[in-house]
Design a protein around this ligand. Structure first.
Ligand code: ARG
Length: 476
């Protein structure tokens, strides 16, 4: 009996010790504590993809036979179909996705399955899986991001001429167009796309071949595996390849920034939808009601997006903290990399998908925006600039208009409500009063103000339209 036991595959039996080196099976709580299969099984497809590329290379290098490779292919095809129809059974006792698949393979094809792990360790295997998985996740996120950015662009275009107050310190500052405001977000999300694209380059390098930490003595061909799996290159140091997760941290940082931009937009949507502001409305399908207050329509989607930014930021901090104390090379700590990474990718993808759907349907209340822009002396800077163009130093012009604003505040009217004599009077310019002429009223209009800001990056409708056209080209 003892001899028979010795021949048994240690991956076969969950009640068995890890290997011949161990005198007893792992304690039950420890088994649950150390297992990752519940969350890493979502990497099953890339795990199989990586294993097949590895086996193909082993066969090409004559490290295993062509026959073994064929058996492995057959077994993996069977496993894939079991996964598809839901009959594949995951065992907690088999710890992770890698050992579960290898055990099933060995059950299906025998010795060929046992040869798959030649020249490989779970350390380079898992690093490869995460990179393959993340590459796919980034591509998915990029396509959601493109849809969202396209939606933003459409909204900006529709409102290239819609005037709203621009704010600083949440106080009315100067008139802008809603299209310009949307294009500010389009710029942020363009940088997010750029960042993800840049991060993808560093994700897309092959760790496999590093084995446990030092490489392997088999005559492997890493470039061949990299090519099969679509990696742009191979990791150049085996210790680094199995241990660092900076590529995942970098992704989480990019995801945090993207969520931060979504959160800022969300905050504005929430504020604008408040009846006190009333700049926009959101379609009912993106809002929910209250269980007690029948009149309520709450902007839950933007609120949740703002809230979920917190957990995505938390994921970034988790990974940074996970990494900071680890000596080279692989440590089991790294198993904790997956849940935060998956969560950031899922949250960003879903948020972008919902926003891509929602943004084109934002209902803009142009009249309310315009009325708000007419309050708060949004064109005061324009009057100061007018005086500067007439020769007054800017500081004096600033002071003159401040006088006029004070006078209007007391009267309860706007600068443009004054007639020429009153405006001259209100500016308190003394001998320079006649610098102000009838044409001053042109710059005090909202249109006059926005139209004059027509340089690159300005809010003039003609410039916003130019920016939209240029941006559209980059979206492809
Ligand atoms: N489940 C492990 C992880 O996610 C796989 C690598 C285990 N390697 C080891 N030497 N225990 O990191």
């Amino acid at each position: 009996m003892a001899d028979l036991d010795k021949n048994k595959n240690s991956l076969d039996n969950k009640d068995q010790a890890w290997s011949a080196r161990f005198a007893e099976p792992v304690a039950e709580l420890v088994q649950r504590y150390t297992a990752s299969v519940d969350f890493d099984k979502r990497m099953a497809l890339v795990d199989i993809q990586g294993s097949l590329a590895h086996a193909e290379m082993l066969a090409a290098q004559k490290i295993i036979s062509a026959q073994d490779y064929e058996e492995i292919q057959k077994g993996m095809a069977q496993i894939l179909s079991e996964m598809k129809d839901g009959t594949f059974t995951w065992e907690l006792a088999l710890e992770d996705v890698h050992l579960n698949i290898e055990a099933r393979l060995t059950k299906l094809v025998g010795d060929a399955g046992k040869r798959l792990h030649t020249g490989r360790s779970r350390n380079d295997q898992v690093a490869t899986d995460i990179r393959l998985w993340l590459r796919g996740a980034i591509d998915e996120i990029q396509s959601e991001l493109t849809a969202f950015r396209t939606g933003l662009l459409g909204l900006a275009e529709k409102h290239a001429e819609t005037i709203m107050p621009g704010f600083t310190h949440l106080q009315v500052a100067q008139p802008i167009t809603f299209g310009h405001h949307m294009m500010a977000y389009a710029e942020m999300f363009a940088r997010d796309a750029e960042r993800l694209n840049d991060c993808r380059k560093r994700v897309n390098r092959l760790p496999l071949g590093s084995a446990a930490l030092a490489g392997t003595s088999y005559p492997i061909d890493r470039e061949r595996v990299a090519k099969t799996l679509g990696f742009e290159g191979v990791c150049q140091n085996s210790l680094d390849a199995v241990s660092d997760r900076d590529f995942a941290i970098e992704f989480c940082a990019a995801a945090s920034l993207a969520m931060t931009h979504i959160s800022r937009l969300s905050e504005e949507l929430i504020l604008w939808m408040s009846p006190r502001v009333g700049f926009i409305d959101l379609p009912d399908r993106f809002c929910t009601g209250s269980s007690i207050m029948p009149q309520k329509k709450n902007p839950d989607v933007p609120e949740l997006a703002r809230g979920k930014t917190g957990r995505v930021n938390g994921n970034l901090i988790s990974l940074l903290t996970l990494m900071k104390g680890q000596p080279l090379a692989y440590n089991k700590d790294n198993q904790e990399d997956k849940e935060p990474l998956f969560d950031s990718a899922d949250t960003l993808r879903d948020t972008l998908r919902i926003f891509a759907d929602m943004v084109p349907h934002i209902q803009v209340k142009a009249e309310t925006m315009r009325a708000a822009a007419l309050q708060g002396f949004a064109t005061a800077t324009d009057l100061a600039d007018y005086l500067v163009k007439k020769g007054l130093p800017f500081r004096d012009a600033h002071e003159a208009v401040a006088h006029a604003v004070k006078a209007c505040s007391m009267k309860g009217c706007d600068l443009s409500d004054l007639d020429l004599a009153d405006l001259r009077d209100a500016c308190d310019l003394g001998n320079n009063a006649n610098l102000i002429e009838e044409d001053a009223f042109e710059v005090l209009t909202l249109e006059g103000s926005v139209n004059s800001r027509k340089h690159t990056g300005g809010t003039a409708p003609e410039q916003v339209k130019k920016a939209i056209a240029a941006y559209r080209k980059t979206l492809g």
